[in-house]
Design a protein around this ligand. Structure first.
Ligand code: GLA
Length: 373
């Protein structure tokens, strides 16, 4: 009773206080089979709000002020939950069990071979045909306060999509008054497995996809990246970015070198679709990327705990489908920055491990900080 009264008092305080971030849970329509979807909206007093829905624990919208204070949505996606299943592109999704590719859908663990469904040419991509992005997550908690927070969870059964171990996963989104959106994936397993959870937001800082991202300035704190073969599987090499279109150690326009077909890696990726090795020691948060849209003045600074970050420029979007507000999405309309272990790590003994053991706590943390000037 006492807790209920205190809780109510806190709620009233929050709704009356302009500078306390709050979290609100509400229905977000239904899928075509009638399944109800919910969403949590986190709002702070500094002009930002983030809406996350239970389907895929997906960041469905992210409103951020520009230099004039106008709030616009800076992530691609759909207006309704069903469209995320009908025309899947991993927009804003929580991706698992294995974000990015596993070569030929095969890996082995402790001498036992595992075969996954191949859903990207010869390879397995983003956890298979029914990965975590297409699953219903539960809302475990929604809190208001100095940081507004929403905790989503999903339990994946042993063998789901071919992966071993019962896996319990949480995705915690929190928003503070410094315009930092923090996202933390945690997991535990009932037996050894491989795991790579990430968020697959498509950022377009112009707001409401007003312009493509070719004029965005990008910095990547990465001296090396992992080159790929024609099917986008890493060759195993860690190549220095110096002197190549992959050198973003100082800010560069995305469009400046994206068509430099002299570089075979640009040809293979149809532009940028590569894992960069984030400088510094993995395991603790460190700066990974900065994206700036000079027109709106919006900047996103990203810190990650993961060893790598996939930089992808929406190269597979071809204008044949449309997203929010019936707006068609084309190549180069967004920047994805997906922190995780390296693609195909289960088949590369010298890459940072994707293995998760019984009793071990998996954590992947990413912070997106927004500002405008
Ligand atoms: C990742 C991959 C891309 C593409 C997108 C989803 O970013 O690296 O090749 O598959 O996901 O379309």
């Amino acid at each position: 009773m006492k807790t209920a009264i205190l809780g109510a008092a806190w709620l009233i305080m929050c709704s009356n206080t302009a500078f306390a971030a709050n979290g609100v849970r509400a229905p977000f329509g239904a899928l075509s089979d009638g399944t109800k979807i919910e969403a949590v909206t986190l709002t702070n007093g500094a002009g930002m709000s983030a809406r996350i829905m239970t389907l895929g624990a997906t960041l469905q919208s992210l409103a951020v002020p520009d230099k004039a204070g106008h709030k616009d949505d800076v992530v691609l996606g759909y207006d309704t939950a069903q469209e995320y299943l009908t025309r899947p592109n991993y927009f804003g999704a929580s991706v698992g069990r294995y974000a990015n590719r596993i070569a030929k859908g095969k890996f082995s663990l402790d001498g036992k071979g595992y075969t996954l469904v191949t859903n990207d040419g010869p390879n397995s991509l983003h956890g298979g045909p029914k990965g975590f992005d297409k699953r219903l997550w539960k809302i475990d908690a929604v809190t208001s306060g100095p940081d507004a927070k929403a905790v989503f969870s999903y339990v994946s059964a042993d063998g789901e999509e071919g992966f071993p171990g019962d896996l319990k996963v949480t995705a915690t989104y929190s928003l503070n008054e410094q315009n930092e959106l923090k996202l933390e994936y945690k997991a535990t397993t009932s037996k050894p497995t491989v795991l790579n959870l990430t968020n697959h937001s498509y950022f377009n800082l112009s707001g409401n996809d007003a312009r493509d991202v070719m004029g965005n300035m990008v910095t990547l704190h990465a001296a090396k990246f992992t080159p790929v073969d024609a099917t986008l599987i890493p060759t195993g090499e860690r190549r220095a970015v110096a002197g190549s279109p992959f050198d973003f150690r100082t800010p560069h326009r995305v469009g400046d070198r994206i068509r430099d077909a002299r570089d075979q890696q640009i040809r293979y990726g149809r532009g940028y679709d590569h894992n960069f090795i984030v400088d510094g020691a993995a395991g603790s948060l460190r700066p990974a990327a900065v994206v700036n849209d000079p027109v709106s003045g919006r900047t996103m600074e990203m810190s990650v705990s993961a060893p790598g970050i996939q930089f992808y420029t929406g190269n597979f979007m071809d204008g044949t489908f449309f997203g929010k507000a019936q707006h068609s999405y084309r190549q180069g309309d967004a920047i994805c920055l997906e922190p995780g272990v390296f693609p195909d790590a289960p088949n590369h003994a010298d890459f940072p491990t994707a293995r998760l053991n019984l009793g071990q706590a998996y954590v992947n943390t990413m912070v997106y900080k927004f500002s405008a000037k």
